[in-house]
Design a protein around this ligand. Structure first.
Ligand code: MG
Length: 250
């Protein structure tokens, strides 16, 4: 029997709380109520360009309660991994925000002629030249670290744009190396949230709009899950608790 209230709610962002610059209907009201009744709310995103401070400002502007420390993304997670492995020279395929996240954390990004690690996230300025350089580094022995494999992400007006998975596929194909991603459906972000909050999977509900990342991640960690139909998934998935929108969490 599933619970009706949880100590911790971990919510995906794109397609669950907002679409681009538009807040999803009822998200602000529902999340405010969850916080008011004493539950913890945390946000997790595969978007490597999402910076916790910027995301928190955007959410607060939308009327959604958030502090920077409530936001867990693959950008900061990649920084933790790079620092723990002690790479000397990291080449980044990704957005400026992702590079800043890594740099602010102290990851050395001075890779011009050589790199011992190539990190790949979503990259809207991706070119053949970037692909050439990244794959040459990996073929030369650099380790490949990839943030996530989301094929697309939802934006305003019901559209979707190519996600990091599309870029990762190109780099893997060109370098002949395939690796495990850091983000959802792997449980790295959730494990980090559990460690920070002291709440475990049995008291946590994971909510997201994508079955193969958000929901699979929650299931992999042993959490209850809800699939919302406000993002990339339009129809309920058999065997997965699905809800039209966040209102059903109350
Ligand atoms: Mg999403």
């Amino acid at each position: 029997m599933e619970k009706t209230a949880y100590r911790l709610y971990v919510l995906d962002l794109d397609g669950t709380v907002y679409r681009g610059s538009e807040v999803i209907p009822f998200a602000a009201e529902v999340i405010n109520q969850l916080v008011d009744r004493g539950s913890l709310v945390r946000y997790f995103t595969n978007n490597s360009a999402a910076r916790p401070k910027v995301v928190a400002e955007k959410l607060v502007e939308m009327g959604v309660p958030c502090e920077p420390s409530w936001v867990y993304g693959t950008g900061p997670l990649a920084a933790r991994v790079c620092l723990s492995k002690g790479y000397k020279s990291v080449y980044v395929v990704g957005e400026l925000e992702f590079k800043e996240t890594l740099q602010d954390a102290g990851v050395p990004l001075n890779a011009v002629d050589e790199a011992d690690c190539v990190v790949v996230g979503v990259c809207r300025t991706f070119t053949y030249q970037i692909l050439d350089r990244a794959s040459a580094f990996v073929r030369g022995g650099a380790e490949l670290v990839v943030t996530n494999r989301d094929a697309t992400y939802p934006i305003e007006g019901g559209r979707e744009q190519p996600g990091a998975g599309s870029i990762v596929a190109a780099v893997e194909m060109a370098s002949g190396v395939s690796v495990t991603e850091l983000g959802k459906p792997q449980t790295g972000l959730l494990d980090w949230i559990f460690a920070d909050t002291g709440v475990g999977p049995a008291e946590t509900l994971v909510v997201g709009d994508r079955y193969e990342t958000d929901i699979q991640c929650g299931l992999n960690a042993g959490c209850d899950v809800r699939l919302v139909l406000t993002g990339v998934t339009e129809h309920a998935v058999e065997g997965v608790p699905s809800v039209a929108d966040l209102c059903s969490l109350l």
